[in-house]
Design a protein around this ligand. Sequence first.
Ligand code: ADP
Ligand code: ADP
Length: 228
Amino acid sequence: MAAITLKDIVKQYGDGFLAVKGVSLDIADGEFVILVGPSGCGKSTLLRMIVGLEDITAGDLHIGGKRVNDKAPRDRHLAMVFQNYALYPHLTVFENIAFPLRLQKGQFTDAQIKEKVEFAAKTLELQDHLDRKPANLSGGQRQRVAMGRAIVREAEAFLFDEPLSNLDAKLRGQMRTEIARMQRRLGTTTVYVTHDQTEAMTLGDRVAVLRKGELQQVASPRGLYEQP
Ligand code: ADP
Ligand code: ADP
């Protein structure tokens, strides 16, 4: 777990477009921050810069006190959960969750992998589904498998990019509760991007509102509601 600090972060794309125009934000260790704003305001760009999938044009990014601007994604120790939770259809739930650990060849024994996968499965109430294939799971269960992968990485922070936008309203409500519970249980620093007002108002400790590449407001959900 680690604090994430953004200082005057700028993103200018190759075509000259300024997508992020100097964003500063201190995210405390264990904090759950929601990033909201209309389509095209720069949410994904910001998240991708934090995880290292996009170069930072200017500014400083610190994770756990270390400047990581020039670090490769794998050296930032973050776990990103995307909306299209790409699970491997031919692998069981167990193997899908174990996948990031198997990639780090030789680092974990089978017993260690089993322990980590079972911990993640317990946290997400997937214990009874470990032998099943993704095709036989509900949308919510698939989403949980994707989160299980993030958990076994024992990441410094979780980054969510609109993870629920493909689910129907009922399932979205259920998953919201589950993500909030998981985050509280693990206490992992979390940045969660959404354009869904309900998610913004119910999930996080603080809400950061992005507009045209600039932070317009950062407040607790209640504080945000009280300001016109
Ligand atoms: P959001 O996630 O809030 O919808 P994005 O971060 O995806 O917004 O995009 C922010 C802005 O940057 C948009 O205007 C988008 O068109 C632009 N943009 C995104 N990716 C690129 C790119 N590779 N090259 C140029 N402009 C881009
Ligand atoms: P490879 O290095 O074999 O191509 P990957 O492309 O899956 O393996 O991953 C490369 C590195 O990128 C990983 O070591 C990991 O740190 C990082 N990475 C992969 N997937 C994610 C993810 N979902 N969230 C955060 N980082 C990831």
